[in-house]
Design a protein. Structure first.
Length: 204
């Protein structure tokens, strides 16, 4: 009888140990949707800590500026500027459409995913720079609508001559307002190309 009881207790202990092991393995493999899709759990967004004229060095120059700011703040990933010259290089075309949230560098959510980002209303204004500095009262170069599309007509392009001009241009450059969460966060007015404004930078 004692041997039988000992065997039963041993089997119960073994079963319990196997259960604990299985639960541990399950927890270790509990990936988020972003992880399953090969994405991060969030994508960071910031506004540049310094300002620039309308001569950004073109689209590639604008992206390089964002990457420089991200790298200078030790932010991982690839960053691109929320800016456009025409329909071929607008964010809706060249950006990755994230399925995970866009957040500020302090974790505050800007939008739950790409579709939420372009629905015309942000969850939070994009007011922090890469070093968490508050840039609430500033404006940014964009020429992009809240849909992520180019913000000016091909016959009247508001892109400071493809973002290469820093003198007064009769077309100027499209500007967004950091203080707004509605449509005007990205397309508010037109600025002269000699203005010094910031850029929105999005992790891809």
């Amino acid at each position: 009888m004692k041997n039988t009881n000992f065997k039963i207790l041993a089997l119960i202990f073994l079963a319990f140990a196997l259960l604990v092991f299985a639960v541990g393995c399950s927890n270790n493999n509990d990936n988020t949707e972003g992880d399953l899709d090969g994405e991060d759990e969030f994508k960071m967004v910031f506004v540049t800590s310094t300002t620039y004229s309308g001569n950004l060095g073109g689209m590639k120059g604008a992206d390089a500026i964002c990457q420089m700011h991200a790298s200078g703040a030790n932010l991982p990933g690839i960053f691109m500027a929320w800016i456009a010259t025409d329909a071929s290089d607008e964010p809706a075309v060249r950006f990755n459409h994230s399925q995970v949230p866009y957040t500020l560098v302090n974790g505050e959510q800007v939008a739950s995913n790409w579709d939420d980002l372009i629905d015309g209303e942000l969850d939070q204004i994009i007011y922090l720079d890469e070093h968490r500095g508050d840039r609430t009262t500033d404006v940014v170069w964009t020429n992009v609508t809240s849909l992520g599309e180019v913000g000016s007509d091909i016959d009247w392009p508001e892109n400071c001559n493809l973002w290469t001009r820093d003198t007064v241009d009769h077309n100027g450059g499209g500007v967004g307002n950091i203080m707004d969460t509605g449509h005007t966060w990205t397309r508010d007015t037109t600025g002269d190309c000699d203005w010094n404004l910031r850029l929105y930078c999005f992790e891809q």
